[in-house]
Design a protein around this ligand. Structure first.
Ligand SMILES: [Zn+2]
Length: 510
């Protein structure tokens, strides 16, 4: 793999050079629609908030099938009220996928906008209020009336589970369509609104649904989930890292032994585990497993240029986290996310402090997660790790070793692999990527473009076999407490989201 080299941010200009993906007419349609959406929103803020609050008041944990059913029914009614055709997709025993379908002219490409209507389970006692009783608060925290006609401060926030993650995106899309309808505008393409009901439960049925339902195989996806950049600028993310994990157990003697009597003779599993872990990655976090990095696709020029243009957050983050240095050889955060990571999640062996005893323990355990980048797969990671350990003299087993196995081998490590999935990325210079970037940029707030999220979402499912373009476009504020108590949405983020969706619905070409 080539080392990561940054190019100057001016290279971005070159990217936008020959062959604009969105023609000027599309850009002007997008800006006009965003302007109309603003006018519409200003005249209907209270009604928008009212519909949002009623939607937020329905409990939406994926395992609560009665609550989820009510959400799906409400969502269906919200679409139908707007004259949008609705399809409900249902896998046995699973929350339904609600699809709003707005066919474009014959032959138009199909672009799906995805959001999810389920939310994370809540720790109700930790909330300042109740998760499904929406509350409006001023930036100062003072509670404001949710009803009435008083003008709304855009810095106010609405508090409820899923206010940011991810019902905000749903309401913003629907209001964008209201504004377009009022301005007699229709999308030039075939628009599909795809609302999933079990994203927070890990989307267990999504792979099967996509494989079997042509409705879920559009020409391109926009995934509307997560928060915008910490700087407050819009964010476009073009990929996500994959993941896999392993639990390791290294074995010592079958019973704890006095380390004075046996210390230089009986192998110590804690020391052996430390050597094993040190053989996986160096002090900069760079994997040292032979072959591991060979299948990593080097970042493209467009990806390097985008990374170079991301606002620096490193100094602030170091202060926030209290760390005197970083891994990655001094590279900025987003550049390090282009590489795979070997994360040691935990180590357990023996005892420390008051509980420490002079004993050689019987075993030592570690838990590791891997973050994958193209073109690694969970299977290739597993193969490289197991080959590497074998080359270091380890006997790899998958079950607890019996006495015969223990006697036959000196160094035994048990590996229990978790499931996982590969990374996915849409090229930043693909036509669809450039088109979306131009339309979002035309709204006057330059989007931060990140080639990949550091975290893992199963974006590869949306990419599918045909490398369908997939772009992640969040609208929620970065401090929306998603997945946590007191989840909220800043109203200005909702207002901005409405304009962004109007711009894309109006500006994306046939
Ligand atoms: Zn989400």
């Amino acid at each position: 793999m080539r080392p990561f080299v940054l190019v100057a941010a001016t290279a971005l200009v070159a990217l936008a050079g020959p062959g604009h993906a969105a023609p000027p007419s599309a850009v002007s349609r997008a800006t006009a629609a965003a302007h109309e959406a603003r006018t519409w929103r200003k005249a209907h803020e209270r009604a928008i908030l009212d519909e949002f609050a009623r939607f937020l008041a329905i409990p939406n944990v994926a395992s609560d099938s009665a609550g989820i059913e009510r959400n799906a029914d409400t969502l269906k009614a919200m679409l139908e009220r707007r004259g949008i055709a609705v399809y409900g997709l249902r896998e046995p025993g699973a929350p339904g996928v609600v699809i709003g379908d707005l066919p474009g002219p014959p032959g138009a490409r199909r672009i799906a906008f995805y959001a999810h209507y389920d939310g994370q389970p809540t720790d109700t006692l930790s909330w300042n209020g109740l998760p499904w009783t929406p509350v409006l608060r001023a930036a100062s925290g003072v509670k404001l009336p949710l009803g009435g006609n008083a003008p709304l401060d855009p810095e106010s926030r609405i508090y409820a589970r899923s206010a940011g993650d991810d019902k905000a995106a749903i309401i913003a899309m629907l209001v964008a369509l209201d504004a377009m309808k009022a301005a007699k505008r229709t999308p030039a393409f075939h628009l599909e609104l795809v609302f999933e009901g079990e994203e927070e439960a890990g989307s267990p049925h999504l792979a099967h649904s996509i494989a079997t339902l042509p409705l879920l195989r559009p020409d391109a996806w926009i995934i509307c989930d997560g928060p915008v950049h910490q700087s407050g600028r819009p964010l476009l993310a073009f990929g996500a890292r994959g993941t896999t994990s392993v639990e390791l157990t290294v074995y010592g003697p079958v019973k704890g032994l006095h380390d004075g009597h046996y210390g230089n003779w009986v192998p110590n599993p804690v020391a052996r585990l430390a050597h094993l872990l040190a053989a996986l990655r160096d002090e900069q976090g760079r994997p040292t497993i032979p072959g591991f990095l060979d299948e990593v696709t080097p970042p493209s020029d467009a990806e390097r240029a985008a990374i170079a243009a991301i606002p620096a957050v490193e100094a602030a983050l170091r202060g926030e986290f209290g760390i005197g240095g970083t891994e990655g050889g001094g590279a900025p955060l987003n550049e390090t996310l282009l590489a795979p990571a070997i994360n040691i999640r935990g180590v357990r062996a023996g005892n420390v402090g008051e509980k420490a005893t002079n004993t050689i323990p019987t075993e030592a355990r570690a838990s590791i997660d891997f973050r994958l980048v193209p073109a690694q797969t969970p299977a290739s990671v597993r193969a490289h790790v197991e080959e590497h350990l074998a080359s270091l003299g380890w006997t790899v087993v998958s079950d607890p070793p019996d006495n015969g196995t223990r006697m036959a081998h000196d160094k035994i490590v048990r590996l229990e692999w978790g499931s996982g999935y590969p990374a996915a990325r849409t090229p930043l210079d693909a036509p669809f990527s450039r088109e979306v970037t131009q339309l979002v940029s035309a709204l006057g707030r330059d989007p931060v473009r990140t080639p990949t999220l550091g975290g893992s979402v199963p974006m590869y499912l949306f990419r599918g076999q045909h490398a369908t373009p997939v772009i992640i476009l969040p609208i929620a504020n970065h401090d929306d407490n998603q997945h946590a108590p007191n989840e909220n949405l800043r109203l200005q983020n909702l207002w901005d989201g409405i304009e962004t969706f109007a711009a894309l619905f109006a500006g994306l070409e046939k």
